[in-house]
Design a protein around this ligand. Structure first.
Ligand SMILES: *[C@@H]1O[C@H](CO)[C@@H](O)[C@H](O)[C@H]1NC(C)=O
Ligand SMILES: *[C@@H]1O[C@H](CO)[C@@H](O)[C@H](O)[C@H]1NC(C)=O
Ligand SMILES: *[C@@H]1O[C@H](CO)[C@@H](O)[C@H](O)[C@H]1NC(C)=O
Ligand SMILES: *[C@@H]1O[C@H](CO)[C@@H](O)[C@H](O)[C@H]1NC(C)=O
Ligand SMILES: *[C@@H]1O[C@H](CO)[C@@H](O)[C@H](O)[C@H]1NC(C)=O
Ligand SMILES: *[C@@H]1O[C@H](CO)[C@@H](O)[C@H](O)[C@H]1NC(C)=O
Length: 743
């Protein structure tokens, strides 16, 4: 038995000797293969496909380096090609992004669990691999780690506290990620740390005293949101970058004693006071950037510059007085940037003296130097606020009281009468349905409901660009598919700040009452507070039925497949729209009068039936752009002229002359309106497709009502009038078609 055992032992030892000296321990090979799987087979690791190779001996192509010692991996460096595409700061919200991060099934936790089995690792660098998630505490199991670099990934949250136990750590680098907590206060336990680099994250709050990090040479915290004063720094520091944060207070005088410093970048912060002269004369300093702060005072004339100082930037501050002689270029090879101050050097790019004192006194007030200042500030603020309120109220009144029916009044009234459901029931009972057509076809329409943001995110694949339909005067429009397969259109509407949540809900309630067979059916809405408190929603998503067959405008411009619309078809569409608007004005109390009618908002369904979209939105939002200004009228003129009859007049015009002509509608208005009244004139500007299919009389009726709509005076016809005329034109057209006598 003993003999057998020793034989086994011998075999084992021998095989270990034989294989072990040449090959990576197989457990480590397995771990590497598993890591590759976790990383979703990046193409940089394709070289590992050949299992007959020893990973330690695969020559690197610059993107993958493995170093082994005693058949164990001690260094693993992988550089992927998952480059961040968007520079915007808010675009990553902790969820995977296609082709930028690893997929939804990636788990950083299990990745690190696998990784920690490479327990001999001393160097770990995983850059641009799309790794996303919150770095787990168990990373500390890599207890031999000396260099850690996880830059250009999608890590968020905090830096795990157990990293403080990784005593061997010399380099800790997590640049270009989304870390968004504070900088922990335990870094000083990492006494071997030489490089701490957390550039371009979203770290906030206070920076702790780092002076006990005796080995620290490089500290890069630039492009974060740190907002404390600058703390004491370790003696041996060589490179200090804290630019593009919100550091405040003075530059510590003690920095003038950090004799190792070669590179200092404190630009783009809110530092105040006069920079200590000693900082300029540090023995090793080569680069000193203090630009774009709130530094003030004047630099001493006999300031001494360090002999190695070859770049200095003090621009965009509030410095006064003379430029010290060593900062003038006379003798030395030295780049000096000093524009945007109030220096008295008789050169360009300097502000008036008053500018700088103003900035400083403003700053002092802001930081609230004394209580009297605060008191005066508060009183002034209150006065200004009440004046603004009064003005606001006047403007508010002007806006809403001018309208025929004031929905604002109703809303207020109902708030006072106050009952959770009072408004809607009251409104329902008082709502008058005038148009019979309004009632026909509204049965069977789904009831409005509230959608969750998740539901909409899913329906649009996270508001993917493939779902994006366009952007109109009221915000972005997306196409989506609900979980039950229904296709919907989702409009994202920035909300006007002046409404409270309650007011917004009342308005949505009102909007959801609008049911008509020629109105695009509103299916529901979703309020998005942007993560803030519920009382100030900043966006609302309106979900409505998706009308598949394109806009009236597209059909008029011939941009859509299918034949050119003939006169009867155009008339049918115009009648439908007029019915819808008539309903908006009168079908419900209070009426919806400002609907921004345009051919782009008239949609055709699969049966060619017209439905009006984006109606009534003016009670929710202000327009995001003045898309109509390009039509030749200044926006001021527009607002004074614009009402639904007026815009409908232009829809009639567009239906007659085509949408390409309508871009010149001002020209037509001035020159051709008269010619529309003569036979010859019509032949020139009315579309041939109409002339070939219309009866002259029918056309005349439409032109005459159009003239009334577009007239600059406010004696425009009501929609009842318009509708009556259009229906009359239809009738005339039908009679002549029956008699088969077209022009
Ligand atoms: C694997 O590597 C060996 C040794 O370099 C080589 O002979 C073999 O062709 C490679 N196999 C593949 C599939 O690349
Ligand atoms: C691999 O090593 C080479 C040579 O030292 C180096 O140029 C390259 O940057 C390294 N690759 C990674 C990903 O660190
Ligand atoms: C950090 O970012 C993540 C993902 O965006 C988020 O879920 C978390 O709330 C943020 N934490 C802090 C403290 O802001
Ligand atoms: C790291 O620090 C420890 C003490 O915390 C010390 O014993 C060790 O020698 C240091 N290692 C290096 C590489 O400096
Ligand atoms: C100073 O500010 C101006 C205007 O804000 C800017 O154009 C210029 O680039 C700034 N100079 C430096 C050195 O940042
Ligand atoms: C110093 O030189 C730089 C570039 O050579 C120039 O932009 C700057 O204006 C010069 N400063 C003075 C004070 O002449």
């Amino acid at each position: 038995m003993g003999c057998f055992r020793s034989f086994l032992l011998f075999c084992f030892a021998w095989s270990f000797l034989l294989l072990g000296t040449h090959q990576l321990q197989s457990s480590h090979t397995q771990v590497l293969l598993q890591l590759r799987k976790h990383l979703e087979y990046p193409k940089q690791l394709e070289i590992w496909n050949n299992h007959s190779l020893d990973f330690c001996w695969i020559s690197s192509f610059g993107q993958v380096n493995i170093t082994c010692l005693d058949n164990l991996v001690i260094e693993l460096r992988i550089k992927g090609d998952k480059i961040k595409q968007s520079k915007g700061s808010g675009y990553f919200n902790g969820f995977p992004i296609q082709s930028q991060t690893l997929s939804d099934s990636f788990s950083l936790d299990s990745f690190v669990t696998t990784l920690s089995r490479l327990n001999s690792l001393r160097v770990l660098s995983l850059v641009s691999l799309g790794i996303w998630g919150q770095l787990p505490d168990k990373i500390h199991r890599l207890s031999s780690l000396e260099h850690l670099d996880l830059s250009s990934n999608f890590l968020f949250g905090s830096i795990p506290p157990r990293i403080s136990a990784m005593a061997m750590l010399q380099t800790f680098k997590i640049d270009e990620n989304f870390l968004n907590d504070t900088i922990p206060d335990w870094f000083d336990s990492l006494s071997n740390l030489t490089t701490l680099s957390l550039r371009n994250n979203k770290l906030e709050g206070k920076l702790q005293d780092l002076s006990s990090l005796s080995s620290l040479q490089v500290l890069d915290l630039s492009r974060n949101k740190l907002n404390s004063v600058l703390p004491p720094m370790p003696k041996g520091l060589v490179m200090l970058s804290v630019s593009e944060n919100s550091f405040s207070g003075k530059i510590p005088v003690k920095y003038g004693k950090l004799s190792g410093l070669q590179h200092i970048d404190m630009s783009h912060n809110a530092l105040i006071g006069t920079p200590p002269a000693a900082v300029f004369s540090l023995p090793n300093i080569g680069y000193l950037n203090l630009g774009s702060n709130l530094l003030s005072g004047s630099l001493s004339g006999n300031l001494i510059c360090g002999s190695k100082l070859n770049f200095i930037d003090i621009s965009n501050n509030s410095l006064t007085g003379k430029l010290p002689s060593c900062l003038r270029n006379e003798s030395e090879e030295r780049v000096v940037k000093f524009g945007g101050n109030c220096l008295s050097i008789g050169m360009q790019n300097q502000h008036e003296q008053a500018h700088c004192t103003e900035v400083i006194s403003l700053k002092k007030k802001e930081s609230g130097g004394n209580n009297v200042g605060i008191l005066v500030g508060v009183i002034l603020g209150l006065v200004v606020l009440s004046v603004l309120l009064v003005f606001g109220f006047i403007i508010f009144c002007r806006r809403y009281c001018l309208r025929g029916t004031s929905e604002q009044h109703l809303l207020h009234k109902s708030v006072q009468e106050n009952s959770a459901v009072g408004f809607s029931t009251e409104l329902l009972t008082s709502a008058r349905f005038i148009s019979q057509d309004g009632k026909v076809g509204i049965q069977g329409l789904p009831v409005c409901r509230t959608f969750s943001l998740e539901e909409l995110t899913e329906a649009t694949k996270n508001f993917n660009s493939s779902a994006f339909l366009g952007e109109g005067s009221y915000g972005k429009l997306y196409k989506g598919r609900l979980y039950n397969g229904t296709q919907v259109a989702i409009r994202c509407l920035p909300l006007s700040k002046k409404y409270t949540i309650r007011n917004v809900k009342l308005r949505l309630d009102l909007l959801s009452k609008l049911r008509h067979q020629h109105l695009v059916c509103l299916l529901g809405h979703c309020l998005d507070g942007g993560g803030q408190d519920d009382y100030s929603p900043n966006k609302v998503y309106l979900v409505s039925e998706y009308v598949p067959n394109g806009t009236f405008r597209a059909h008029l411009s011939g941009n859509s497949p299918g034949k050119v619309l003939n006169w009867s078809e155009r008339l049918a569409i115009l009648v439908s729209v007029a019915k819808a608007v008539h309903f908006l004005h009168t079908g419900l109390i209070p009426g919806f009068f400002c609907n921004r009618l345009k051919t782009n908002n008239i949609l055709l369904d699969e049966h060619g039936m017209a439905k009006l979209s984006d109606y009534g939105l003016s009670i929710l939002a202000e327009e995001t752009n003045k898309s109509t200004a390009k039509d030749g009228l200044t926006s001021g003129q527009m607002t004074s002229l614009e009402d639904d009859a007026y815009s409908f007049g232009y829809i009639l015009l567009e239906a007659l002359v085509g949408s390409s002509m309508s871009s010149r509608r001002e020209v037509i208005l001035q020159n051709n309106m008269a010619s529309l009244n003569s036979q010859d004139g019509r032949k020139q500007i009315v579309e041939p497709a109409i002339l070939a299919t219309c009866s002259q009389e029918s056309l005349s009726i439409v032109i005459s009502i159009m003239n009334k709509c577009i007239c600059p005076e406010s004696s425009r016809p009501s929609f009842e009038d318009i509708l009556w005329n259009l229906q009359y034109a239809v009738q005339v057209q039908e009679e002549t078609a029956d008699g088969d006598q077209k022009i």
